[in-house]
Design a protein around this ligand. Structure first.
Ligand code: GLN
Ligand code: ZN
Length: 770
């Protein structure tokens, strides 16, 4: 039997972030459509050639996207909400980017490039996380009498383009059921799956067109098969795949699932009349046995054996031990667990990375090499790749025993399961009066979430310093001046609890990771977050500890300038974990616990320096929720415990804040309560305080700072508007438990709007005070 290597998708951004540059130049009006499209074409061409050269035999097309593959799918089926105009023909680039990013059109377009008449703002479509990744997609929007039509030939075009380069590809489509489930209803809710009968004809047309081009196999992604599905989803899948396979009988479909186990959807997946099934064996290796047992003998299995979500080398020898018996029984495809979109492209570019750490890693390119090695060993015997296998075994062995990973002191500390470690000295009602008499804050105390505008000057100083063009002394002085100015200004406008402004921080996770042991940073390992925004997540490779205080000096400096309390600002353990590439050789919960102890040390040092209020941000706690509801509680248990460990080393009179910038709390409110923070600030402005109901219903015992204005827009809210919101808040929550603050940090804003908005915010708080 034979084994072939497939990839399900390759990063689009280019090894040198060419796509970002091309997009941003185009958006800024500095380059033409042709420039953009030719960069895109050359990125596709090199991705195809690269994968081929690396030994991939089944290479995807239509995995590329100028912005987002879900948006591409909306464009393909003509799902364009009317606010983007009445698109009758193909969805053009202008409409596509308007959906992606919003646009400012003018009511009187005259072609001279100037705006006449009132600009009309068209907001971008809503964006949300793609499953449990840090990739964000644009949410398709449907109306109850939604119609669809073929409005993009991208899939066919890109197939042809590859073919013209001599590369046969397997086009990728997001499957119709997942597409509908990932969308949302515009207006009154209805069952999105009811739209299948009108959607499927468009998919049929696309599949027929591909078949006409000579396509043999199409990869059709239905990742929603790893989720908890509504009861009638089984029927929806059946109808869909019966319809599609009947419509294009000589086209083969590889149904791709990833990000978890099929679980209770396994029978559905195996009953569909598709020709192949891809399963994620990294997240869910245990599902292989029952899939092998139940799969039709002619169902081509594609095994996701190499982690598409992380950056560690696979254990090739162990994989071969498991795969060899299977290959005797059936043909197989070996693939990464999911699209390689979620990994950086090429490890070889990391010339500054610690050599040991580097020897433990594999990025997209290296993962395809791993698959190629596995396939050769299975097809021709291990001997032909003996040296590679030996090298792989040696690297993994070195990793396991490396002193860089293993810190006995950290392991011992983390092994201490004394529950008192995760417990404040007294419960909140006893802490509260101590904090009140120490802080003496007015009713409706005002504060901000931490960062102040990271102006071009701040970014330039940081970049100059990183390049060695600005001395450390000069950089330090610059940051001090920024901080001092910010403190002075906060006093002037009469904020009650001040912050230092976070000017010294590049990023709320990286800043801490760079000072903690067990973290590595890359130079080029960018991963797409959304559109042209890429992130370079830290790599947590070893036991985590904090060699020395990370934030105390900046806090001390800021506090030395004022008599008002300055909050200490930290990023919490769960957020640091969720925004990093995490080691795969121990449970995530264990890594989180280690980070928690490191943050705890920082909290204690701040307290020792006489800091009375410490904020521990957990912006990413909610996004770490597992895909399956049944797994939520255990995640929340260890996540909350980690937060509590970080927060519980202090005296009762020290006030612990936390901050979460999202607005869905209903389903996790008990966990939020269990965090036992003294004050929580949350995002509420856009939901107009509705979410406070969840806190009220739960009888949330501590204090709350519901964001009174949306920091995502430069718009300056009026005093009245914020008074209204505070009045609404004071109906749900007792006024003596309310704080007044924006929704989130102000780093992305400019100073003028920040100043105007905060002035109004303080005025609103003053107005509310008796
Ligand atoms: N303290 C951080 C800031 O203000 C919090 C950012 C966040 O929640 N995303 O920037
Ligand atoms: Zn926030």
């Amino acid at each position: 039997m034979t084994v072939r290597v497939a990839t399900l998708g390759f990063p689009r951004i280019g090894t040198r972030r060419e796509l970002k540059t091309a997009l941003e130049q185009y958006w800024a009006g500095h380059s033409s459509v042709d420039d953009l499209l030719s960069t895109a074409a050359s990125l596709r061409a090199s991705a195809w050639q690269r994968q081929k050269d690396l030994g991939a035999e089944i290479i995807p097309s239509n995995d590329f996207s100028l912005y987002d593959h879900v948006l591409d799918t909306s464009a393909m089926v003509g799902a364009v909400p009317p606010i983007y105009g009445n698109v009758r023909d193909k969805v053009d680039l202008g409409t596509y980017f308007a959906m992606a990013r919003g646009s400012q059109t003018t009511s009187e377009a005259c072609g001279c490039g100037h705006a006449h008449g009132a600009p009309q703002d068209v907001p971008a479509a809503e964006m949300t996380k793609w499953f449990d990744t840090n990739y964000h997609y644009l949410v398709p929007q449907f109306i109850a009498d939604q119609t669809f039509r073929l409005a993009s030939t991208k899939a066919v075009d890109e197939y042809r383009e590859a073919k013209a380069l001599g590369i046969e590809t397997r086009p990728v489509l997001l499957g119709p059921v997942s597409f509908l489930l990932l969308g949302k209803c515009d207006g009154p809710a209805f069952d999105r799956l009811d739209l299948l009968p009108v959607l499927l004809p468009v998919y049929e047309r696309v599949l027929k067109a591909l078949r006409t081009e000579g396509v043999d196999w199409v990869q059709i992604d239905e990742p929603s098969l790893v989720l908890d599905l509504p009861g009638h989803a089984a029927a929806a899948f059946k109808t869909t795949y019966n319809t599609l396979t009947a419509a294009v009988p000589d086209l083969k479909l590889m149904l791709a699932t990833y990000f978890g186990a099929l679980g209770d959807n396994q029978d559905i997946a195996l009953s569909l009349p598709v020709h192949g099934l891809h399963v994620d064996l990294v997240r869910a290796p245990e599902q292989l046995a029952s899939i092998l047992e139940k799969a039709r003998p002619d169902l081509l299995l594609s095994l996701g054996v190499v982690d598409g979500r992380n950056i560690w080398k696979a254990d090739l020898n162990v994989l071969l031990d498991n795969l060899e018996p299977l290959v005797r029984q059936r043909d197989l495809i070996l693939a990464p667990s999911c699209s390689l979109l979620h990994t950086p492209i090429d490890l070889e570019r990391e010339t500054d990375l610690d050599a040991d750490v580097k020897s433990w890693l594999a990025f997209a390119v290296q993962k395809i090499e791993e698959l190629h090695t596995l396939a050769r060993a299975l097809n021709e015997g291990r001997d032909v790749v003996q040296a590679t296998l030996a090298e792989n075994a040696a690297a993994l062995q070195a990793r396991r025993s490396s002193a860089k990973i293993n810190d006995p002191a950290v392991q011992a500390r983390s092994a201490d399961r004394n529950p008192a470690l995760a417990q404040r000295l007294s419960p909140f009602p006893a802490r509260r009066p101590l904090q009140q008499s120490k802080l003496r804050l007015p009713l409706y105390p005002t504060t901000t979430i931490g960062s102040f505008p990271q102006t071009p000057e701040v970014r330039k100083a940081r970049a100059d310093h990183a390049r060695g063009e600005l001395s450390s002394e000069a950089y330090e002085v610059f940051l001090q001046e920024e901080t001092a100015r910010t403190i002075r200004w906060q006093e002037e406008i009469d904020l009650d609890v001040l912050v230092h402004g976070e000017f010294e921080r590049n990023d709320m996770v990286q800043y801490f990771g760079e000072q903690l042991s067990g973290f590595a940073f890359t130079k080029h390992a960018w991963v797409q977050s959304y559109g042209s925004r890429y992130v370079r997540p830290p790599i947590i490779f070893g036991d985590v500890s904090r060699p020395k205080a990370m934030t105390v000096e900046w806090w001390e400096y800021a506090q030395s300038l004022t008599n008002r309390p300055v909050k200490g600002m930290l990023t919490g353990p769960v957020t640091i974990l969720n925004w990093s590439f995490v080691r795969d050789d121990q449970p995530r919960s264990e890594t989180c616990r280690q980070i928690a102890f490191a943050i705890r040390d920082e909290v204690c040092d701040l307290e020792k320096a006489r800091c009375g209020i410490v904020q521990i941000d957990e912006a990413a706690l909610r996004e770490g929720l597992p895909l399956r509801r049944a797994d939520w509680q255990s995640y929340l248990d260890w996540a909350v415990e980690s937060f509590r460990i970080s927060a519980s080393g202090v005296q009762d009179a020290t006030q612990i804040h936390t901050h979460m910038c999202y607005s869905e709390f209903n389903d996790i409110i008990a966990a939020i309560g269990a965090m036992d923070a003294d004050v929580i600030s949350i995002e509420t402005a856009r939901s107009r305080m509705e979410l406070l109901d969840a806190f009220a219903a739960y009888r949330y015992p501590a204090e709350i700072g519901p964001g009174v204005y949306d920091i995502h827009s430069p718009r300056v809210p009026s005093v009245e508007e914020m008074v209204d919101l505070l009045r609404a808040a004071s109906k749900a929550i007792s006024p003596d438990a309310l704080w007044v603050n924006p929704d989130c940090g102000l780093k992305t804003r400019k100073w003028p709007e920040t100043k105007a908005a905060l002035l109004n915010m303080v005025a609103a708080a003053h107005y509310m005070r008796p």
